[in-house]
Design a protein around this ligand. Structure first.
Ligand SMILES: Nc1ncnc2c1ncn2[C@@H]1O[C@H](COP(=O)(O)OP(=O)(O)O)[C@@H](O)[C@H]1O
Ligand SMILES: [Mg+2]
Length: 271
């Protein structure tokens, strides 16, 4: 497709929510009717298939494509409930050195003929897997939690993206696992402070919630449950990707208890 958009979801620190964001934002775009392909670039580990509940459906992986045994489209599996949400899975028996930047560019070029949105779930770290994942991407989404170690690693990744030619407009930030009560008590840095420290645009704020862990463990992206209030931040992120400027304060308004709402709006309103 001529207007196909390619995103990479990256971080510095591991375990901050890249796979969760990839699965849920991808599902939101698919729910809006777009053809979406998620790519698990975490070669050797893999877990996007588990989060999507597709582990038993995967027959071919990115390695089969890179080796030329399968066309990218033949290796992709469809989500059980959401047919326009697709996954190109990673291989647990392979290692990152089996894939090159050019391999990634070639396979994304091929897939972009068929999908509106391609979202690459990047492995942690700044090694080979990171470079492979960012090579075909037009836009980078950096995920961080509101902790100093994660923010500092995110900063490093922003620097590396700049070195690789990503301009400011091509980089945005998602703050995941925010605890509004902790921000209010000054026990946690606010999304605004993080945004200012890293000097990139905020794409969204996702609250910390046990429900997200449960949905991960069940292999069911929570946004598929339309009524779940936690789907709001992911839906808002999808809308912002589409170019609709939903205020960031809308992301956590539903999850903060009465009385916190005004505070949070004030906190996040100064974008
Ligand atoms: N907003 C959140 N609230 C609570 N737990 C979360 C949240 N986002 C992610 N998690 C949990 O954190 C763990 C790591 O998330 P994951 O998406 O796998 O991170 P990464 O891909 O960056 O390694 C998972 O157990 C996931 O369920
Ligand atoms: Mg992951």
């Amino acid at each position: 497709m001529d207007d196909s958009k390619v995103f990479v979801v990256t971080s510095g620190k591991g375990g901050v929510g890249k796979t969760t964001v990839t699965a849920n934002v991808g599902a939101c775009l698919a729910l809006l009717g777009y053809n979406v392909c998620l790519i698990d670039a975490d070669i050797g580990l893999k877990n996007l298939d588990l989060v999507l509940g597709l582990e038993n459906r995967v027959v071919y992986t990115i390695i089969d494509v890179v080796r030329g045994n399968k066309d990218p489209l033949e290796a992709v599996v469809k989500h059980k409930l959401l047919k326009n949400l697709n996954l190109l899975a990673s291989s647990q028996i392979a290692n990152k050195d089996m894939v090159s930047e050019q391999d990634m560019i070639n396979l994304v070029n091929e897939l972009s003929k068929h999908y509106h949105y391609i979202i690459i779930d990047c492995p942690a770290g700044i090694e080979r897997g990171f470079k492979n994942s960012i090579a075909p991407a037009q836009q980078a989404i950096i995920v961080t939690t509101p902790e100093l170690t994660a923010i500092s690693d995110a900063d490093r990744v922003i620097g590396m993206l700049e070195n690789q030619g990503f301009s400011e407009q091509r980089v945005s930030l998602i703050v995941n696992r925010l605890k509004p009560r902790m921000v209010q008590r000054d026990k946690m840095v606010s999304p605004d402070e993080i945004k200012n420290a890293l000097a990139v645009e905020l794409l969204g704020v996702v609250p910390d919630s046990e429900e997200i862990i449960v949905s991960t463990n069940e292999g069911n992206p929570l946004v598929l449950d339309e009524k779940n209030r936690l789907s709001v931040p992911f839906k808002n992120i999808a809308q912002r990707i589409l170019g609709n400027p939903i205020p960031i304060s809308e992301d956590i308004s539903g999850s903060s208890e009465d009385g916190f709402l005004g505070f949070i709006k004030k906190l996040l309103g100064r974008r």
